[in-house]
Each structure stands twice: as C-alpha cells, then as structure tokens.
Design a protein around this ligand. Structure first.
Ligand SMILES: NC(=O)c1ccc[n+]([C@@H]2O[C@H](COP(=O)([O-])OP(=O)(O)OC[C@H]3O[C@@H](n4cnc5c(N)ncnc54)[C@H](OP(=O)(O)O)[C@@H]3O)[C@@H](O)[C@H]2O)c1
Length: 253
C-alpha cells in the first residue's frame, strides 16, 4: 500500500479497460482521486459503478486522445474541479489492423499513429503545461515491447510505439529539472481485451504465448499496475527518461 497517493489527482487515459482499469483501481485503492477516460461511455460507467461499490474516488470522462481539442478540454475540466494533476498514465492505445506493410491501409496507418503517438503528444503537452503551474508531477507512458523490436504484421503499431520511446525521453529531458518525472513502461503480452482479440483470431494462441514469453505465460494487468504505481511513487524519485520493461523477459531475448 502507498499512503502517499492519498488525495493525489491521477489521470488514466483508456482507464475503462485492461491495463488502464487495473492501474486506475491500483491508485484508487490507495486513496487517490482518479479520473479515467475512453470513448466508450458504457464501459466507463461500469468501471465507475465497481469503484463506487468499493468506496473509491473514481470518475469517467468521455474523451478521445486522438482529438487535441478534447484532450485540452479534459485538462481544463480536471484543473477546474481538482486544481491540480499529480500523476498521469498515458495508456490509451490501439493495435490497429494486422498485416504486413503493403497491406496496411492508409486509414489504419493514420488511425494508429494518431491514437498511439499523437495522442500521447497531446496528453503530455497539456498535462505538463498544468503540472508546471502546480509544482510538478509524474507521467508514465504505456509503450510496449513493440517500441523496441519489430514484427512484420504491425508496421503502424510498431512505429507508433518506437515513436513513443523517443517522445518519452525527449519530454523527460525537457522537464527533469522542473519537478516532472516522465517515464515509460513496455509491457510484454498482457491478458486484456486487446490480446483476447488476437486469441480469438489465432489458433494455438496459448501455445504460441508459451514460446514467445520466456516466463511461460501472459502477464496480468495488475502486474503492470504495480510497476506503474512504483514509478509514480517517491520510491522512484531519481528515475526519469527510463523505459521499464514489464515483459516476462521478452526484451532480454
Ligand atoms: N495487452 C498487451 O499485451 C499490451 C502489451 C503492450 C502494450 N500494451 C498497451 O497497453 C495499452 C492498453 O491496452 P490494453 O491491452 O489494456 O487494451 P484494451 O483493454 O483494449 O484497452 C485499450 C484502452 O484504450 C482506450 N482507447 C483506445 N483508443 C482510444 C482513443 N482514441 N481515445 C481514448 N481512449 C482510447 C480504450 O477505450 P475506448 O475503446 O473506450 O476508447 C481502452 O480503454 C495500449 O496502449 C497498448 O498498446 C498492451
């Protein structure tokens, strides 16, 4: 448990599902005031109901990270209501279509880059702007092992995640001496609705996972959440510009 998160204001984009939901619950359980976002209002409301049952402070705001205006409005809302933003987990993302480069449609390319890369740029632009006014904060971007190595069937996804490595490091360098720590995490295969889509499409998926993941299984969203909470905490006070793998060993191969 982290008593330091009590009454901290925490934003989790894409907090209505998978890794984002686990991270949002992790902070909320520790007494933070959590704002989650996503485009699917119904899924957002379901998460809010669950949090309320447990007595946690958590609200859902419908907001699309690929729309800079919506992200700006989101930050205005947070500042208006809470007067600060202490921690942001920029997690919203999409895997897009599967296929090699020549089969990647222009629409898919732009959609994935707009969501995964431009979306985090918009988020950090407005988050950092507000954090600078209120004495700093911590930002963690959700990248992927695909930010460090290629695979043939996801050119847009791999490019967006490689871009996030550079964006995270560049932002970290820009504000390291102004009280804002900016880090990334790179999950391996985590059991969420995103990977469940692949499981439905790919026969023998679970056997394939055992071969790909040195640890022999998928990770749980809660295992990623533990890492995010630690990076956001004072225990990681000298860490910025770092991308931490939470990947069962994939990047060690
Ligand atoms: N699962 C894995 O194995 C794995 C591995 C490495 C990295 N990741 C990364 O982890 C992040 C979360 O993925 P997940 O596995 O937890 O999948 P997920 O359960 O499908 O969650 C994706 C989340 O992103 C939100 N989202 C997507 N596009 C959005 C947009 N334009 N604006 C706002 N929210 C948007 C979704 O909400 P709405 O649909 O309501 O908008 C949802 O909350 C992604 O960035 C993904 O690349 C996942």
């Amino acid at each position: 448990m982290y008593s330091e998160f009590m009454d901290k204001v925490v934003l989790v984009t894409g907090g209505n599902s998978g890794i984002g939901k686990a991270v949002a619950f992790g902070f909320a359980k520790n007494g933070a005031k959590v704002i989650i976002t996503g485009r699917d209002q119904k899924r957002g409301e379901t998460v809010v109901v669950k949090a309320k049952e447990l007595g946690w402070s958590l609200e859902f705001i419908k907001s699309d990270v690929s729309n800079a205006g919506e992200v700006k409005n989101l930050l205005s809302y947070i500042m208006g209501k809470y007067a600060k933003l202490d921690i942001a987990f920029n997690n919203a993302g999409t895997s897009g279509e599967t296929g090699k480069l020549t089969t990647c449609s222009l629409e898919n390319w732009h959609y994935v880059i707009q969501t995964n890369l431009n979306g985090v740029f918009y988020c950090m632009k407005y988050q950092i702007g507000e954090m600078l006014k209120t004495g700093g904060g911590a930002i963690i971007n959700n990248i992927s092992v695909s930010g460090h190595r290629g695979y043939a069937n996801g050119p847009a996804y791999v490019s967006s995640k490689h871009g996030l490595v550079g964006l995270t490091k560049s932002a970290a360098m820009g504000y390291a001496d102004q009280g804002i720590r900016i880090n990334g995490i790179s999950p391996g295969l985590i059991d969420t609705p995103m990977t469940d889509k692949d499981r439905q499409k790919k026969p023998g998926y679970d056997e394939w996972v055992k071969k790909v993941e040195p640890i022999g299984r998928m990770g749980e969203p809660e295992e990623v959440a533990q890492t995010v909470l630690w990076l956001a905490s004072a225990q990681a006070s000298f860490i910025t510009g770092h991308i931490l793998a939470v990947d069962g060993g994939i990047l060690a191969c």
